[in-house]
Ligand binder design. Sequence first.
Ligand code: FE2
Length: 257
Amino acid sequence: MADEARINAVVSDIVDGVRAALFKHDVTFDEYRVALAFLLDAFEKNDVPLLMDVFFNTTIVKIEGKLMGGSKPSLEGPYYLENAAVVTDRLPMRDEDQHHTAMQLRGRVTGMDGRPLARATIDVWHSTPEGRYSGIHDGIPPHYYRGKIVTDADGRYNVRSIMPIPYQIPNEGPTGALLTAMGRHSWRPAHVHYKISAPGMHTHISQAYFEGGAYVEDDCCEDVCEEHVVAEKVEDGVRIVEVDFVIPKATEKAQAA
Ligand SMILES: [Fe+2]
């Protein structure tokens, strides 16, 4: 059931914040009409989900991270597919991509008590070397560059793939036009997505970024935080992406809140 007092408090504060910005910048009636036309255009072109993702999704993710505790979460993004296959030692890739720089995804999953999470499922997915996603773009079969890793008895995972690259979010619609009008770009730094699930545990969503990579300091979705930037480390020509995760129980949220 809707909580009338909470809805009123949140919406009133949002309205107050917008009004304060309008006063601060002496926004004119002509500019007000442009904003209204923009919103109508965004609705008409089904661009509102992207608009919200670019400006507010990260905020909600940060709030959830604060309430849950454990490792900081990230955006899930629109390119997760539910039914990826279980993989053991490497993510499937196209034959022609074998020569790209290899990366090794490894680390450990534990609970808040420090105990290993055995047989947790880690969905991993990342872009192709062209910055696209399998099963989403241009007929790239859905099984490439994604898979479900199952942690061992010590909570560890270890799988090989190739490096993703930066890519642009869809920018041909009203949201892209707005970013351009603001003098901003639509690039995301190269990253790997993770979604970790285990019975009784909170489903944890994260991304890993590469130290020194393009757009790490200037992600259009403002998702990058220091904890998610993996330090440069290479072993035998393979980029090591070592990320540990601390996952709260599903019931721990209420306690944290
Ligand atoms: Fe992505």
